[in-house]
Design a protein around this ligand. Structure first.
Ligand code: NOJ
Length: 587
């Protein structure tokens, strides 16, 4: 349907001249940001592991897809105990991904294509191989370097019990006992994640200084922003109190905990914001903050703190019109007072891909272990994506979702690398399923992920992925890739889409939701479509139910995630929307 679309064009900002300079400030208020998981995106040197040279070689694919920015998960020097979220040197690229010149070249190439680049910053913890931690171990109890981490004596007669009852998010105690330089069993250190990831003590001024310096290092290289890992975890409740009988935290849960979402964490972000402001180019921070409510998330994006925060409440919402409408309202209501854009996200490297989540019964877990009804899951995933891209604010796309990739739920145990899989024999440790290298072309693994047919890939790709490759889907108007391309193109062009802080809900039958968006500041000059007389308004209708729904014809259909809507003539013209389908209308 898109090829017949005549709409005013707000895409002039991305063509010709210096692509970035033409963008207005506040680009992040409606940006679509594409997450690259470097291990699994593109492998230029053929060792089975993705690398920065691979990412560079595929940037034009991302430009053509129609995204605004790329966020890369960590590629810093790391022993890879948690796929790079255990950083041994924050200023060094791990040789398996390339070097600093590759990172600089990637930024330069991306900018030349009009794409911004966001790196991942991991300030809650480092690797146990980080020089500071190694020194802290060597220097023993009471040393100045131990104060940069949470070292404590154990409880019990001989210190044999951990200092408190906290459990690691990856399973097992959140404390590990060290052997002191004299060979005795000694203090314990805190690690909210794997033992190889000791938590920094952010009360120590050297930690704060070090991270300000790290920020500048990458800002000087030209990066456009940072995604802040575990942004809600840096400050712990005073005295590190026991949790008592409280259920321990599951991976990426939303419960209140004495180590998450403490009010003191905000002072850190207020100290970071001026650093970013010193640099030209409208650079941003985005928080990975799992908080109990969207209202708590809004605290991270107050005007003097971070710019965006992932909306995990949205990610966790089932494919259900009523629940979706609620979370959209809650989000917009929470963000409006702080003036931050809402964000929308359906998938990332920590959760089961939405094509598989929606193929299964709704679950409170973000880790689904069964393939479910694949066809249904994909139909819903396409509809969910179109709903997401129609909402006001910024949206995140995780690599491979534009291909409709499902999770690989049957990876053999021996190839799994998720540390939580190995620490708790299964529970919640299934993140490898969404991290399988993506298929680009060809009929045999690694499907263009690496340069040589039959070459390695760090996780095996299913045979069925040949038909899901970028090559296989390109040019097929029914493919998920072409749906994403069309939706992103419409999103760039349609004047009512993108930034905003509200939607106008329309009456919709049970099981469906419908909303209108109008051009900010009136439609006469900014949005009117001279060719068709349309007002520049936009309507999105999503049918999450299992039967078709009818509603008054909202306008002219532009794009559908599935079957085209049927127009039913009568005294009132109606549109019929198929189950699990989202349709965009211009009116
Ligand atoms: C959140 C990251 O997204 C996840 O992959 C990682 O394991 C934890 N933080 C610890 O850094």
């Amino acid at each position: 349907m898109t090829q017949h679309l005549v709409i005013p064009d707000r895409s002039a900002r991305i063509v010709g001249g210096d692509p970035l300079a033409q963008r207005r400030t506040g680009w992040w208020r409606d940006a679509v940001i594409y997450q690259v998981y470097p291990r699994s995106f593109a492998d230029a040197n053929g060792d089975g592991m993705g690398d920065l040279a691979g990412v560079r070689s595929r940037l034009s694919y991302l430009r053509d897809l129609g995204v605004d920015a790329v966020w890369l998960s960590p590629f810093y020097a790391s022993p890879q105990a948690d796929a790079g979220y255990d950083v041994a040197d924050y200023r060094k690229v791990d040789p398996m991904f390339g070097d600093t010149a590759d990172a600089a070249g990637l930024i330069e190439d991306a900018h030349a294509l009009g794409l911004r680049v966001i790196f991942d910053l991991v300030p809650n913890h480092c690797s146990d191989q980080h020089e500071w931690f190694q020194q802290a171990l060597r220097e023993g109890p009471g040393s100045a370097l131990r104060k940069r981490f949470h070292f404590r004596p154990g409880r019990g007669l001989s210190g044999e019990l951990p200092p408190n009852d906290w459990e690691s998010i990856f399973g097992g105690p959140a404390w590990t006992r060290v052997t002191e330089p004299d060979g005795s069993a000694g203090e314990w250190y805190l690690h909210l994640f794997a033992p190889e990831q000791p938590d920094f003590d952010w009360e120590h001024p050297a930690v704060a200084d070090e991270f300000r310096s790290i920020l500048r290092f990458w800002l000087d290289l030209g990066v456009d922003g940072f995604r802040i890992d575990v942004a809600h975890g840096l400050v712990k409740a005073p005295g590190l109190p026991d949790l008592g009988m409280h259920d321990q935290l599951k991976l990426l849960g939303n419960d209140e905990m004495p180590f998450f979402d403490q009010d003191g964490v905000h002072a850190i972000y207020r100290s970071w914001r001026p650093i970013l402001e010193e640099y030209a180019g409208d650079r941003i921070f985005v928080a990975e903050a799992w908080t109990p409510t969207v209202a708590r998330t809004a605290n991270y994006v107050r005007p003097d703190e971070l710019h965006q925060a992932f909306n995990f409440q949205y990610l966790g919402t089932p494919w259900n019109a009523e629940a979706l409408r609620d979370v959209v309202d809650q989000t917009l209501d929470a963000m409006r007072p702080v003036g931050a854009p809402a964000t929308w996200v359906l998938s990332n490297h920590d959760v089961t891909r939405h094509a598989t989540r929606f193929a299964n019964e709704p679950s409170s877990s973000t880790q689904i272990r069964t393939p479910g009804d694949r066809e249904l899951g994909l139909r819903r995933a396409r509809a969910a994506t179109m709903l997401m891209l129609a909402l006001p604010g910024s949206a995140y796309v995780y690599q491979g979702e534009e291909l409709g990739l499902p999770d690989v739920t049957d990876l053999p145990d021996e190839v799994r690398q998720d540390p939580s899989f190995h620490r708790q024999a299964g529970q919640d440790g299934f993140r490898d399923g969404c991290r399988v290298p993506i298929p680009w072309s060809g009929t045999a693994a690694p499907y263009g992920f690496g340069p040589v047919e039959g070459g390695p890939s760090w996780l095996p790709q299913p045979q069925s992925w040949a038909e899901l490759s970028v090559e296989a889907q390109t040019g097929d108007p029914t493919s998920t890739l072409e749906l994403y391309r069309s939706a992103l193109a419409v999103r760039i062009k349609h004047p009512a889409l993108g930034a905003g802080d509200s939607v106008e809900w329309l009456d919709a039958p049970a099981g469906a939701l419908a909303f209108r968006r109008t051009v900010a500041g009136g439609s006469d000059e900014t949005g009117a479509d001279g060719a068709t007389g349309a007002s520049g308004a936009f309507v999105c209708v999503a049918n999450t139910g299992s039967v078709p729904v009818r509603l008054p014809l909202p306008g002219r259909p532009m794009l559908s995630s599935g079957a085209e809507p049927v127009v039913i003539e009568g005294p009132e013209r109606l549109a019929e929307i198929a189950p699990d389908t989202t349709v965009w209308w211009t009116c």
